[in-house]
Design a binder for this molecule. Structure first.
Ligand code: NAD
Ligand code: TYD
Length: 337
């Protein structure tokens, strides 16, 4: 099989390529990535010389580049996106261009190239926000209710993917996944930001009261879910993918990280809240479990500890990315912190 992976130099995309090339060494992978601040070819050092791996530097918004990259491809696994909510609040337009227009360009090319499967990687954030005292979870029948420019752009892309299936018969699958963590996650996101700030002797910024809840999933579990849906999922279907944590607040996550790293809670700094901050995400993943036999296997506490260890052992990786553009963004977002 020959796969086109978009955004393969980012966090989940690179973990997916490493996972796929280990488990399916006979398959060929083309990685199309424009290398924004979040794309890093260092993540793929282990496979860069593999003859079954090709990197194409270009944008998913560029039809010519996309059509060339899709030549001879069986399946497209579409990760490429602007992915950080805080940046979407500062500057929504990049999110509309990449996440909405870029997805539409890929869909047009996929039709033209007779792609056998267009796999769209999406987010649980399209469903909006749950209350803390509400026991319910998102499922495949939950109405869309995106509340940030990021989640609105992902929702729009999901609708386009389904529309191309219904209208033109494009063979698609979609997964909406909860918050991932693990190696190679850009340190603008909460867990790697907390770990690397502590390693640098800085404070950890906690938004608002810190009682926001995410459904944390180790990135390899996400890759396993994509593998199953790609191989056994039903065309046209959507599957929700979530973690094993039950109502763990951001504050509890930071406290766990501080404990793992042997630091006290003085490192916590409450900062102004994110605009329109979604209170709680929780995912009911029983459909993918029942139909495809998937469940998360990586325990949050154990793999949080391993993730801390990874950032400790890969200081060069995160020090390199916490320069230049990152510093500018950090100052705009966090001021003097
Ligand atoms: P990321 O920001 O780490 O990586 C995104 C990648 O896309 C980067 O390599 C970047 O260079 C590339 N890219 C951006 N614009 C591009 C363009 N125009 N053309 C080609 N490449 C482009 O993101 P991530 O965290 O790895 O997320 C990957 C996907 O998974 C996204 O679609 C995101 O919405 C989705 N998702 C992420 C999470 C999470 O917790 N990180 C959870 C659920 C879903
Ligand atoms: P994030 O990693 O940005 O993922 P998302 O917004 O897509 O869920 O944030 C996870 C949670 O952590 C979210 O509730 C916002 C919060 N957060 C902070 O409290 N401080 C921070 O500096 C960041 C980046 C996030």
């Amino acid at each position: 099989m020959k796969l086109l992976v978009t955004g393969g130099a980012g966090f989940i995309g690179s973990n997916f390529i490493l996972y796929w090339m280990k488990n399916y060494p006979q398959d060929k992978i083309v990685n199309l990535d424009i290398l924004t601040y979040a794309g890093n070819l260092e993540n793929l050092k282990a496979v860069e010389k593999n003859p079954n791996y090709t990197f194409v530097h270009g944008s998913i918004c560029d039809l010519k580049v996309v059509e060339e990259a899709m030549d001879g491809i069986d399946c497209v696994v579409h990760f490429a996106a602007e992915s950080h909510v805080d940046r979407s609040i500062l500057n929504p337009s990049d999110f509309i261009m990449t996440n909405v227009v870029g997805t539409q360009v890929l869909l047009d090319a996929a039709l033209k190239c007779n792609i056998k499967r267009f796999y769209h990687v999406s987010s649980d954030e399209v469903y909006g926000s749950l209350d803390l005292d509400d026991k319910s979870k998102f499922n495949e029948r939950t109405n869309y209710n995106p509340r940030s420019p990021y989640s609105a752009s992902k929702a729009a892309s999901d609708h386009l993917v389904r529309a191309y299936h219904e209208t033109y018969g494009l063979p698609i699958t979609i997964t909406n996944c909860s918050n991932n963590f693990g190696p190679y996650q850009f340190p603008e996101k909460f867990i790697p930001l907390a770990i690397t700030n502590i390693l640098e002797g800085k404070k950890v910024p906690v938004y608002g009261d810190g009682l926001y809840v995410r459904d944390w999933l180790y990135v390899t579990d996400h890759c396993r879910a994509i593998d199953l849906v790609l191989n056994k999922g039903k065309i046209g279907e959507t599957y929700l993918v979530g973690g094993m944590t039950d109502n763990v607040s951001n504050l509890e996550v930071v406290k766990k990280i501080l404990k793992i790293m042997g630091k006290d809670e003085c490192a916590i700094e409450y900062v102004k809240d994110r605009l329109g901050h979604d209170r709680r995400y929780a995912v009911d993943w029983s459909k993918i479990q029942k139909e495809l036999g998937w469940k998360p296997l990586h325990d949050f506490n154990e793999w949080l500890e391993k993730t801390v260890q990874w950032y400790k052992e890969n200081e060069n990786w995160w020090k390199d990315v916490k320069t230049g553009e990152y510093k500018k963004y950090y100052k705009e977002q966090y001021g003097k912190l």
